[in-house]
Design a protein around this ligand. Structure first.
Ligand code: AMP
Ligand code: GLY
Length: 424
């Protein structure tokens, strides 16, 4: 089996590492990959959204399965592209088709889906520039803080949470009439604020059967104590201690089962991951959002805990017999700390040499924004690498991760020293 992974982050390095451990995988390709994937797979300089180039690569390397890391190719329809092509149609793609990818590609669609299938979520209404006046009136009926969401993909920046009613009205106008988030905000979802503790649950489904993967919590803010600007994620912990068995049972009954059944009822044949962003309010789950892929850095904390052969699970997805696949999870706690470039998530520099990686022995280093140049590993993005350790307690796992980080150096390296602070 020759496998192609699309993407270049820590998530894709984690997929590559896990798949490289499968006896059934012969050759592993990553497009475009990073300096970490280059060690265990072959990187190919192809963009995940350049479908024609991906087709040529798949045919040239006799690829037998494609794993899609990020959302953009899914929302753009890579799975549909494969199914419509005579040469590609029998090659399984792990990731939903365009119809399923709308769960992430359109907030309005995902809210309608949740309401239709009775899945607990915040009350909402959607508006366009023609209904701006109604949108402002709707805001007046809500209590602060006000939650405004661009309908389309906005690189994780399309959600605004505002305390003042006037500011919320102004921002709504900015989004709808002045294209604050471009085409993505030509429709805006306004919803009730959910006051609870956030966590994520991940599901792998073949459209009929599913496996619930370990839960995780992401730390999105750049600053200690969850302060400052939002980032792609500065660290993750898995499992989440406040997501106890009783809570997870509620998630399965109230959210996961109706989601899978809802997709079936709506005629959406969904093969891939569903990332369910949840708010725990008094031990009851409410869905904040769906993503149609794994999270990053959550993957770097979740996958190291999965003991089963990941390729075997993907085959289950492709052949719709996921129910026959064994699935076991390591009970240890995984902690992931993201090392980022100084300045990130605002302007930052690339091209800094990274040293000391060879001294890391107790943790796994997942590369993200890195590349190899003249025999050196240099930074090539804002989020540079994720350091994951397993322990019997959060404290033990965190100590291993932070001890490992002591060895790693690059100019203006930054990271949060308080990942997991709220869970200990
Ligand atoms: P989303 O892209 O929909 O996940 O929103 C980004 C972030 O905004 C979430 O991870 C939450 O932290 C926050 N958020 C979104 N919707 C709500 C809501 N209704 N109530 C409270 N916080 C929210
Ligand atoms: N870490 C959040 C995400 O992947 O969307």
């Amino acid at each position: 089996m020759n496998i192609l992974i699309l993407g270049s982050g820590g998530r894709e390095h984690a997929f590559a590492l896990k798949l490289s451990q499968s006896k059934k995988v012969n050759q592993l390709f990553v497009a475009p990959g990073n300096a970490g994937t280059a060690i265990i797979a072959q990187n190919v300089a192809v963009s995940p959204t350049d479908f024609e180039a991906i087709k040529q690569l798949v045919l040239a390397k006799e690829i037998t399965m494609v794993i899609v890391g990020p959302e953009a190719p899914l929302v753009k329809g890579i799975h549909d592209f494969f199914l419509a092509d005579t040469d590609l149609k029998n090659i399984p793609v792990i990731g939903p088709k365009k119809d399923g990818a709308l769960l992430e590609g359109s907030k309005d669609f995902s809210k309608q889906f949740m309401i239709k299938h009775n899945i607990p979520t915040a009350k909402y209404q959607s508006f366009t520039k023609d209904s701006l006046v109604e949108g402002k009136l709707f805001l007046e009926t809500l209590k602060p803080p006000y939650v405004l969401k661009a309908d389309g993909l906005a690189g994780g920046k399309g959600v605004l949470i505002l305390n003042s009613l006037n500011e919320a009205k102004d921002e709504l106008e900015e989004m709808l009439t002045n294209h604050k988030f471009g085409e993505a905000s030509s429709r805006v979802v306004i919803e009730e604020f959910l006051d609870g503790i956030e966590l994520s649950v991940f599901v792998l489904t073949d459209g009929k059967n599913y496996k619930v993967l370990p839960s995780a919590k992401d730390y999105k803010r750049i600053g200690e104590g969850d302060t400052g600007l939002n980032t792609g994620g500065m660290g993750a912990i898995s499992p989440v201690p406040f997501a106890n068995e009783e809570f997870l049972q509620k998630v399965e009954e109230r959210v996961i089962k109706p989601t899978i059944q809802g997709l079936q009822k709506d005629g959406i044949d969904y093969r891939g991951f569903i990332f369910i962003g949840l708010m725990n309010i008094n031990n009851n789950p409410f869905v904040v959002e769906y993503n149609v892929r794994m999270g990053d850095p959550e993957t770097e904390a979740v996958l190291p805990r999965i003991e089963s052969d990941l390729f075997d699970l993907f085959e289950g997805v492709a052949h719709q017999n996921l129910n026959e696949k064994s699935f076991t999870v390591n009970p240890k706690i995984a902690t992931t700390i993201m090392l980022v470039a100084g300045g990130y998530p605002e302007a930052y520099e690339k091209g800094k040499e990274i040293t000391g990686l060879e001294k890391v022995t107790y943790s796994t280093v997942f590369h993200a924004g890195t590349k190899q140049e003249n025999g050196k590993i240099i930074t090539n993005g804002g989020r540079v690498m994720a350091i994951t350790s397993l322990g019997d307690t959060i404290e033990e796992a965190l100590k291993l991760s932070y001890d490992s980080i002591e060895n790693i150096k690059f100019d203006k390296m930054n990271y949060r020293t308080d990942i997991g602070f709220d869970l200990i």
